[in-house]
Write a protein that binds this ligand. Structure first.
Ligand code: ARG
Length: 571
């Protein structure tokens, strides 16, 4: 395992600083990537950071440090810039060796606090409705966050907190008993459940008494009525069956599917605790938690006057369960922006309870098509399956045009990977907090910041490597990487930064940083390849360039896999 490059460089400065100023306790050295190639490979502003402590001007400190720099094989030269920045230029030999080492051996992330498990709560659809485009972002971003944490060496628990408890079940039971079309249910159970649910809503206008009947069935379910519980379980099975088909297709896996109902038995105890500790108060028979003025949070209802619990109650109970079951490192939740207040409220309540655990609500903007928001009510909802199918169909057309001689089987396989990859990438490549406008032509483009562009870049490198092998030129990991053109060095420098980027993506929960990085990497590879031919070169150069190409393909592959996107050896 190899140290991250910034840590490796910082060490040299730390030693130098200690030698130069043995008496002082200094701020740690931070190394950042140079903003411009003119300023070297990396920069540091520690001279400015330590002016107060040392009582000297930043330039004077920088000059002393540059003069006293400990001997090393890493730094070629230093330049002092502006008020006291230090520009760092790495030795070519070091850069060539280090980039190889860190990609082949992997980066050392042992400085992270990786104790226990990171629980990631994502996807979490509500039972008895097919998944639609609104479920896409939580599912895809959550899966990517999990992959990123795993890459950094964390243990993760992917929990699908399905909405399997709530008022919809009374309605579903009424609908199922009265209007179910048995044949349709056999053929496509979840579609039929959806239909009877809509039927319920449509009928209530004429027959308002249906609402009361649904409430009675719900109460029976909650009180343990055997027949209603059987139906409820059936609805869950039918739904999960359907969801798992979608998850399989998207290569998304969960460790647990503990839905809201899983926490039912814990909720009464939570209410007792909240009341005893005077965190919740009674108000007209209901139990409510109030927050102080400056929190700017609305009161949070935790139990209705009829005894029913609420969404917040189940989330508080969920935290209690997780703390009791796992050695929780942190809790990460992914939902859309509309749930921000809900998370602020119940996070605050668990803090009042003194349950100490790091929690992050990762929210994201809503995805829309250019012609408006999709919602079930408006009847223009796009089901997830339709979306995936459409992606595949469109990708098939592109593949068919570019590569008509491939077999049908191959075309279909490529189309599925490219189609789903582009849908995922369209989501993950955007700042998650912005609303996404989804446009097929942009998403499936082979140009610009898209999955097909990166998948194609990967396949192209693989084809170069195959051609070299055909000529008897196997990749030789022991061969040094040498820089003759600036494009080679620029590419190596970009490759060196990959692991830092992944770390930053985890810290900010922003997979789009990885997407941006990969796009930049592919562009740098293209300029490298345009000016540095690989095949037909003398052996020394051929091997060095072949290595750079293969490190690039490896990095694209790992990077895309962190976004849950597959690569293809040929396209
Ligand atoms: N089922 C909820 C919904 O569809 C999302 C649940 C998110 N997770 C949680 N622990 N609250 O809106």
């Amino acid at each position: 395992m190899v140290k991250l490059i910034d840590k490796k460089i910082a060490e040299i400065f730390e030693i130098t600083m200690r030698n130069t100023y043995p008496e002082s306790v200094l701020k740690p050295v931070e190394i950042t990537v140079a903003t411009n190639e003119k300023f070297g490979d990396f920069q540091t502003n520690f001279a400015m950071m330590n002016t107060k402590i040392l009582g000297k001007s930043p330039r004077a400190i920088a000059e002393e440090v540059v003069k006293n720099l400990v001997e090393n094989d890493i730094i070629e030269k230093l330049e002092i810039a502006g008020p006291g920045f230090i520009n760092i230029f790495l030795k070519d030999k070091f850069l060539g060796e280090y980039v190889k080492k860190i990609i082949i051996e992997g980066a050392d992330f042992s400085f992270l606090n990786r104790k226990g498990e990171v629980i990631i709560d994502y996807s979490s659809p509500n039972i008895a409705k097919r998944m639609h485009i609104g479920h896409l972002r939580s599912t895809i971003i959550g899966d990517s966050v999990k992959r990123i944490y795993n890459y950094l060496g964390y243990k993760t628990v992917a929990d699908n907190h399905i909405g399997d408890w709530g008022t919809q079940f009374g309605k579903l039971i009424i609908g199922y008993r009265n209007w179910l079309n048995k044949d349709a249910y056999k053929l496509n159970p979840i579609e039929e459940l959806e239909r009877v649910y809509v039927e319920f809503s449509n009928r209530t206008e004429q027959e308002p008494e249906l609402e009361e009947q649904a409430r009675i069935e719900l109460k029976k379910l909650q009180d343990g009525d055997i027949e209603n519980n059987r139906l409820w379980k059936e609805f869950i099975d039918v739904s999960l069956n359907e969801y798992n088909k979608m998850y399989d297709r998207m290569d998304i896996k969960f460790d647990t599917y503990n839905g809201e109902s899983f926490y039912n038995d814990i909720m009464p105890g939570v209410i007792t605790e909240l009341l005893e500790r005077k965190i919740a108060v009674e108000s007209d028979g209901a139990k409510v938690v109030m927050f102080s003025e400056e929190k700017k949070l609305n009161p949070c209802l935790v139990q209705k006057s009829d005894g029913a619990f609420l969404y917040a109650t189940s989330d508080i109970a969920t935290i209690k369960y997780r703390l009791g079951t796992y050695d929780v490192n942190k809790l990460i939740y992914l939902t859309d922006e509309r749930q921000q207040d809900h998370f602020k409220q119940f996070f605050k309540i668990t803090e009042k309870l003194g349950w100490e655990v790091e929690k992050q609500h990762i929210w994201f903007g809503i995805m829309r098509f250019a012609d408006g928001v999709f919602s079930t009510r408006k009847g223009n909802v796009i089901r997830l399956e339709q979306l995936l199918d459409e992606g595949k169909t469109r990708a098939y057309a592109v593949v068919n045009e570019k590569n008509p001689t491939l077999s049908e089987e191959e075309k279909n396989m490529i189309a599925e990977i490219v189609g789903i990859g582009s849908i995922k990438y369209a989501d993950l490549s955007q700042n998650r907090q912005s609303a996404i406008v989804f446009e097929w032509d942009k998403v499936l483009s082979f140009e610009g910041n898209t999955a097909p562009y990166l998948q194609y870049a990967y396949a192209r490198i693989k084809s170069i490597i195959r051609k070299a092998e055909e000529k008897g030129k196997e990749i030789d990991l022991n061969h040094p990487i040498i820089f003759r053109n600036s494009e080679e060095r620029t590419l190596a420098h970009q490759l060196l930064l990959f692991n830092n980027l992944v770390l930053k993506a985890a810290e900010t929960c922003k997979p789009n940083l990885i997407a941006d990085y990969l796009f930049e990497l592919s562009k740098k590879f293209n300029s490298f390849y345009n000016s540095c031919p690989i095949l037909n070169q003398e052996d020394n150069i051929l091997h060095s360039r072949l290595l750079l190409a293969s490190l690039t393909s490896e990095t694209i592959k790992i990077g895309l896999s962190l976004l849950g996107i597959k690569t293809l050896e040929r396209m």
